[in-house]
Design a protein around this ligand. Structure first.
Ligand code: ADP
Ligand code: ADP
Length: 228
């Protein structure tokens, strides 16, 4: 079964903005996929549907074959991690350590397991020495790394990232790129929304081009040739 399947997704915001227009696609387990499209194309809205944060007005999302419903959102979110575009929407605890451990603590994991996962996750984003810092005092790029660590600590099978490279310095971008490669080698299914055509062309094995809530094209990185 595919890791992710979306079938005829339609979504309108309460103010009647039609953000998704009959989207269908599927991604096999282990995919490295990138969604590209201008601001307002619906990329963020789509990602939010894929972990059950937002429910489609019409259509269905299936995760490893299981339809996402209001009743199983919690199980789905353990399988599908979502990095928000803006870390200020995701990083809210008093310290970095508290923030990264939040999800694993909610899972009720044993203390040693929580510590092991969170140390590993913070090391993966180069933020171990910031454990006791208040996220409030960190730079935007550092908060972004903390948000990524929080997603990694949950060890989801599917990882969705909304603009993971945005606002990172060149070194931060390189680190996220190698992190994504490492996650791929671990067998994770990864879908990112990005404006970075060069990165998508170099990294992705599947590309989705969106505009005005519609899927304009879906295929390999050859779709990006004209855009480069
Ligand atoms: P991008 O286009 O780079 O994805 P946006 O500026 O569209 O980023 O969105 C940033 C944040 O603002 C998102 O959390 C999104 O949900 C929210 N947002 C975008 N458009 C609207 C809108 N018309 N009304 C309310 N919130 C919005
Ligand atoms: P992208 O991530 O590709 O920039 P979004 O998914 O953020 O696109 O937005 C898709 C459309 O939905 C845009 O027209 C945006 O203005 C609108 N939108 C996003 N969030 C909201 C919201 N909370 N309320 C109303 N409209 C929104």
């Amino acid at each position: 079964v595919p890791a992710i399947e979306a079938e005829n997704l339609n979504f309108c915001y309460p103010d009647k903005t039609k953000a998704l227009h009959d989207l269908s696609f599927s991604l096999p387990v282990g995919s490295k996929a990138a969604i590209l499209g201008p601001n307002g194309a619906g990329k963020s809205t789509l990602l939010q549907h894929l972990n059950g944060l937002v429910m489609a007005s019409e259509g269905v999302v299936r995760i490893f074959g299981e339809p996402v419903t209001r009743n199983n959102m919690n199980q789905i979110r353990r399988k599908v991690g979502l990095l928000f575009q803006d870390p200020d929407d995701q990083v809210f605890s008093a310290t970095v350590w508290e923030d990264v451990t939040f999800g694993p603590r909610n899972l009720g994991l044993p203390q040693e397991e929580i510590e092991r996962r969170c140390e590993t996750a913070l090391a993966a984003v180069g933020m171990r020495e910031f454990k006791q810092k208040a996220p409030y005092h960190l730079s935007y790029g550092q908060k972004k790394r903390v948000a990524i660590a929080g997603v990694l600590a949950m060890q989801p099978d599917i990882i969705l990232m909304d603009e993971p490279m945005a606002y990172l310095d060149p070194r931060g971008k390189d680190e996220v790129a190698s992190l994504l490669q490492g996650l791929h080698l671990m067998g994770k299914t990864i879908l990112i929304a990005t404006h970075d055509v060069d990165f998508a062309a170099a990294w992705a094995d599947q590309v989705m081009l969106m505009k005005e809530g519609k899927m304009l094209a879906r295929g390999g990185t050859e779709l990006l040739v004209e855009k480069r």
